[in-house]
Write a protein that binds this ligand. Structure first.
Ligand code: ADE
Ligand code: ZN
Length: 329
């Protein structure tokens, strides 16, 4: 029997990674100590937290931990450190291209406004990319539990940076609140600027949410989207239209979308001809980075060649320029 091929060297693109959620655990602890911020035990000794957010309470627990993690980023240096370490970790795991998702409204007040914060992130991203050789782009994501007017402000911001490092516009947070149609005007602003439409959908809610992302937000990719498998017609639609799904298996288990890794419908999506881009979502809270997602696919019986095909799918689904895609494929 031949040994499994190592997964780190496989060239990949990482398309579903949140800014705050990408922080190294060690950095979270160090910054918290440096700034005198108390961390709950689940973010210190007993990390990673056992979220199992099958109910509303679980989701709020996740949100609270997320807010705590956000609060340790106080200075420009902290932001630059997070970005550089994240991109270094991506390089170590074979990502040749990273699209990192950030909601500037969560940081604006601390960093002189959403424009100043976006400038800082983009500058840090350019620096990290130069130092590591990983191509890095930014997705600006609106928070669906805030007012749709806030999303429009962020879409205008994203549009301003359309040819300067921002490649897409997203929509995150609790899908059970903030229906896609209420964000249609924000996404239209982003679409006119040539940005990809990459909302979360089909994670905490079923296939109807993915359909709404396609119909109202003209999603060019869907964050998660795994619950599309519950509607064969939708599955056929996304496979035929070639709308990639950013599938994050470890996140789905931590947040209670599926009871265990075996229940994530990876094989079903693959067999249906859906383009899959595996992602880590928030490794800080789920404890699994990008290669770990490929490892889960291997547990599902994906062969080395199928894993290589998943990696190629992620590159094809990315917003990377064609020369970068060609180099990685
Ligand atoms: N923001 C960060 N992680 C998220 C997730 N898994 N779903 C929705 N919004 C998020
Ligand atoms: Zn996400």
């Amino acid at each position: 029997m031949t040994a499994d091929r190592p997964l780190d060297p496989l060239p990949k693109a990482h398309l579903h990674l949140h800014f705050t959620g990408s922080m190294r655990h060690g950095t979270l602890v160090e910054l918290a100590d440096q700034h005198g911020i108390r961390l709950p035990d689940s973010l210190r000794e007993s990390w990673p937290p056992q979220l199992l957010a099958t109910d509303e309470k679980g989701w709020f627990r996740f949100q609270r931990l997320y807010d705590t993690a956000r609060s340790v980023l106080k200075t420009e240096e902290d932001v630059r450190r997070l970005v550089l370490e994240t991109v270094q970790d991506e390089a170590a795991e074979g990502s040749g291209w990273l699209e990192i998702q950030v909601d500037p409204s969560g940081y604006g007040t601390r960093f002189g406004g959403i424009t100043a914060f976006t400038d800082l992130v983009l500058d840090a991203v350019r620096d990290a990319s130069d130092r590591t050789g990983v191509g890095v782009a930014v997705i600006i994501a609106a928070n669906r539990i805030r007012h749709p007017l806030d999303a429009r402000t962020l879409a205008r911001l994203a549009a301003q940076y359309a040819d300067r490092g921002v490649v897409g516009f997203g929509l995150s947070n609790d899908e059970r609140r903030g229906e896609p149609y209420t964000f249609a005007r924000a996404f239209a602003i982003a679409e006119r600027a040539g940005l990809a439409s990459v909302p979360h959908g089909g994670e905490l809610m079923g296939p109807e949410s993915v359909t709404a992302c396609l119909d109202w937000l003209h999603a060019t990719r869907v964050g998660h989207g795994v619950r599309s498998v519950e509607d064969p017609a939708l599955l056929d639609r996304i496979a035929t239209q070639g709308v990639p799904l950013e599938v994050c298996p470890a996140s789905n288990v931590s947040l209670g979308v599926y009871p265990d890794p075996a229940a994530v419908p990876l094989r079903k999506l693959f067999e249906a001809g859906v383009q899959i881009a595996l992602g880590a979502d928030d490794p800080l809270l789920f404890g699994v980075r990008l290669t770990g997602q490929y490892r889960i696919a291997r547990w599902h019986g994906f062969t080395d060649e199928e894993l290589a095909e998943l990696a190629r799918m992620s590159i094809r689904a990315s917003c990377a320029p064609s020369d970068v895609k060609e180099r990685l494929l």
